[in-house]
Design a protein around this ligand. Structure first.
Ligand code: TMP
Length: 203
């Protein structure tokens, strides 16, 4: 059955691991499921992702960032997410529109209503049924990433990442029926079980 699940969180929060673990579990149960990620997930999107994360790409305005993440999203929704949901599959996405609200809205300070409109257009109105936020103290997430080869976002100041985290928590509080905030400091297997407890009754 069609079900749209997203994983959100700051840098180093472990969402990629959990998204993949959920996809593996569904595959083992022969439940048709697609895993994807943002930015990226399509050939065009992966090019945009590299450009967006490139550390030497300084001088990008917040509005340009908003548009480029949404360009990647528009392609992903049209090529992958919409067709998969229409054919009754489970879609798991590592980041989606909430990342843009958290990073470009709360982090960069763009007008939240404008961000919502642009996101909604690129997403063709498709919003997740369930969103997991893996929550971690900012410095801890960044230290998990290590100091080498940091991308443009990982190089941002701590205050930026704190705004992103607070933004996520605000989004979760505004829509508690959709969000599950998970303490990212727990063991991976424990988090995996929390995710499964929420997803399995929906299948
Ligand atoms: P990741 O591949 O490590 O998740 O990197 C993606 C980076 O892009 C991450 O720092 C979050 C950022 N991002 C935004 O700023 N806005 C968005 O809409 C998305 C999807 C990601």
């Amino acid at each position: 059955m069609a079900l749209f699940i997203t994983f959100e969180g700051g840098e180093g929060s472990g969402k990629t691991y959990q998204a993949r673990a959920l996809h593996r579990r569904l595959s083992k149960l022969a439940i048709p499921a697609v895993i994807t990620r943002e930015p990226g997930g399509t050939v065009i999107g992966e090019r945009l992702a590299r450009w967006l994360k490139w550390s030497q790409n300084t001088g990008i305005t917040p509005l340009t960032e908003l548009m480029a993440f949404n360009a990647s999203r528009a392609q992903l929704v049209a090529e992958v997410i919409k067709p998969a949901l229409e054919s009754g599959q489970v879609v798991i996405s590592d980041r989606y529109t909430d990342s843009t609200t958290a990073y470009q809205g709360y982090g960069r300070g763009l007008d939240l209503e404008m961000v919502k409109k642009v996101n909604g257009n690129a997403a063709q109105g498709l919003s997740p049924d369930v969103t997991f936020m893996l929550d971690l103290p900012v410095e801890e997430g960044l230290s998990r990433k290590g100091a080498n080869k940091r991308d443009r976002f990982e190089e941002e100041e701590i205050a930026f990442h704190e705004r992103v985290r607070a933004g996520y928590l605000r989004l979760a509080a505004e829509e508690p029926e959709r969000w599950v905030v998970v303490d990212g400091n727990q063991a991976k297997v424990k988090i995996r079980d929390i995710v499964w407890q929420r997803v399995s009754p929906l299948l």
